[in-house]
Design a protein around this ligand. Structure first.
Ligand SMILES: [Zn+2]
Length: 200
């Protein structure tokens, strides 16, 4: 990209950013979609944010692990199989007659020490993604579904989605700036420096 175009990108970026924030404040959803996509398109392809629920789900999966009560080692949830242990006849009666919680009987076996743990007594830890977490990906925008999501919930979801998209774009813009502007040159020089235009 010619260096001289960079200030133009920056000016357009600031304009779109203000419009996105304005659109969220005014709940102007068509403007929100339009400005987010315009800002994304403004960036060179390698800096764009990908919009894909499938990709987002792959990256945003929290890590859940179970801690063994015998050896105290943690095992990832994906490696654990939870099953019902054989109940005593009294327990079976309780489940059948008074609807006692089935969770009482769920167990898992620690692969590290082979001991059987009761699920209910297991400490389950979840590593939540640090926030803000920059994945370079946002999910598809929430869609309004009649009967399933009321207007307020839908608008809240769109607002959160818009802000997440914007923060990803801000991260990309920061990278873009670092890659192109911080090469020992002052920003002021770029406006008058046209010597690099021919070569790029
Ligand atoms: Zn163990």
């Amino acid at each position: 990209m010619p260096q001289a175009r960079l200030p133009d990108v920056n000016t357009a970026y600031i304009k779109y950013r203000n419009e996105i924030i304005q659109a969220i404040k005014e709940k102007n959803w068509p403007l929100l979609h339009g400005t987010l996509h315009s800002l994304n398109a403004l960036l060179p392809p390698e800096y764009r944010v990908l919009i894909s629920s499938a990709e987002y789900d792959k990256l945003a999966v929290p890590e859940v692990s179970y801690k063994c009560n015998f050896c105290a080692k943690e095992t990832d949830k994906s490696e654990i199989e939870v099953f019902d242990c054989v109940r005593t006849s009294v327990e079976r009666l309780l489940v059948g007659f008074i609807g006692a919680s089935d969770d009482n009987n769920k167990t898992w076996i620690c692969a590290k020490c082979n001991k059987t743990n009761k699920l209910q007594k297991t400490i389950i830890s979840q590593t939540v993604l640090s926030n803000p977490s920059f994945l370079g990906v946002v999910p598809n925008p929430p869609e309004r579904m009649d009967g399933l999501m009321d207007r307020l919930k839908f608008e809240k979801a769109l607002e959160i989605w818009g802000l997440e998209f914007l923060s990803e774009l801000e991260q990309k813009m920061a990278l873009f700036r670092d890659d192109h502007w911080n090469r020992g040159e002052e920003e002021g020089d770029l406006a008058i420096d046209t010597s690099t235009e021919e070569s790029s």
